[in-house]
Design a binder for this molecule. Structure first.
Ligand SMILES: Nc1nc2c(ncn2[C@@H]2O[C@H](COP(=O)(O)OP(=O)(O)O)[C@@H](O)[C@H]2O)c(=O)[nH]1
Ligand SMILES: [Mg+2]
Length: 360
């Protein structure tokens, strides 16, 4: 699962990418026309607690991949150009973080001159919608011709879905807000549409703007946040500086700037949420581990995330939810209370379930 970090030049994408992934890119690497990607552990307090209890040899967090999507350039006319090259790089991601610059910095000019949050948010939305529209229109034309030749039910179904999508974006709404079913999304997947991707709008503030964040967040929430869209604020430069400090130094630093909590964990968890993912745990003396699955997966599918053999030879799953396990104090106690139980393959796994697979 891959999350692309997009945004206008000098909005703070590479700063965020490096902080999230704890990588350091030197200026020559940043200047190269390559995308950078890195895998990030998803922080999870529950996994920490389980590791304290079981003292395993190994702890494994869930993971997602972040990509610093480069290639957006200032055009000859001055305005930013959404080239096909850039758009095709965005297409391969499962979800997007859009970094919006709120911070002022005279040394690095905003490509459009002035800072304007809504303009920047809307410029991406418009480009994504236009790109989707042209893909959908072409496909509709083709499909109509083919359907005339052969009355194919699958094609008719596709046509209906595409016409519905076209109608939706013609009213200037991104497709992620259309409320598509799982099947519809699967059908649309092949077109690599842009506005259908879940989006986290990340507002990048300067430390001097700490009292303004609510005002900006409110404006986005009121105007731009529908289904599959989230918004949060962060302090790009401070986060980067903090990530280079020891834990104690970081605490002092946060006090000094009046920051309650680093935004990083929040950004990672929100991204995970946006992708429609959640975790179940396996525990033991060898390893405590958080496994990533799509929401709505059943016990057999979840077992398949551990090993394909577990999927094929699945018999039952022993399940106790993390909260119930902590409340009851131990597996035997949880069993006594009926909280640790056997579930069949149809059982829909919940976020935070502790699972042990029984297989043949
Ligand atoms: N003052 C200030 N400068 C920032 C902040 N975030 C990034 N910058 C600076 O803005 C410039 C562009 O940042 P970068 O992350 O390279 O932007 P990108 O082009 O979107 O990848 C760099 O000089 C950063 O140091 C911030 O929150 N505050
Ligand atoms: Mg960059």
């Amino acid at each position: 699962m891959q999350i692309g970090i997009v945004g206008l030049p000098f909005s703070g994408k590479s700063t965020l990418f490096q902080t999230l992934t704890k990588t350091h890119l030197d200026p020559s690497a940043l200047a190269k026309a390559e995308t950078h990607q890195a895998v990030v552990k998803v922080p999870d307090k529950r996994l920490e607690k389980l590791t304290e209890i079981f003292k395993p040899l190994k702890k494994t967090n869930a993971a997602i991949e972040f990509v610093d999507v480069i290639g957006l350039k200032k055009g000859e006319t001055g305005s930013t150009q959404f080239t096909n090259n850039f758009l095709s790089k965005v297409k391969t991601n499962d979800a997007l973080i859009q970094v919006i610059r709120i911070f002022e910095n005279d040394l690095v000019q905003h490509p459009e001159g002035k800072i304007d949050m809504m303009r920047d948010i809307e410029s991406f939305e418009t480009e994504f919608i236009l790109s989707d529209m042209s893909i959908i229109e072409k496909r509709i034309q083709n499909l109509k011709k083919q359907i005339l030749k052969m009355q194919d039910d699958q094609m008719k179904k596709e046509l209906l879905l595409l016409e519905k999508s076209l109608d939706f974006i013609q009213r200037e709404h991104p497709l992620r807000e259309a409320g598509f079913s799982k099947e519809d999304l699967q059908l649309l997947r092949g077109f690599q549409l842009l506005s259908v991707k879940p989006m986290l709008i990340a507002l990048n503030f300067d430390e001097s703007q700490i009292n303004d964040t609510e005002k900006f967040l409110d404006q986005v929430l009121k105007n731009k946040v529908g289904r599959n869209t989230k918004v949060l604020s962060f302090f790009g430069k401070i986060e980067m500086e903090m990530s280079e400090l020891s834990e104690n130094e970081a605490k002092d630093f946060m006090k000094e700037y009046n920051i309650r909590e680093s935004a990083l964990n929040n950004i990672i968890r929100e991204s995970y949420e946006l992708l429609g993912l959640h975790s179940f745990f396996t525990v033991g003396e060898d390893e405590c581990r958080a496994w990533t699955i799509k929401k709505g997966m059943n016990a057999q599918e979840a077992s398949g995330a551990i090993h394909t053999d577990f999927y094929n030879k699945f018999i039952r799953a022993e399940v106790v939810h993390y909260d119930d396990f902590i409340k009851s104090g131990s597996f035997p106690k949880a069993k006594e209370l009926g909280l640790w139980r056997l579930e069949g393959k149809e059982y829909i796994v919940k976020d935070g379930d502790i699972i042990s697979v029984r297989h043949s």
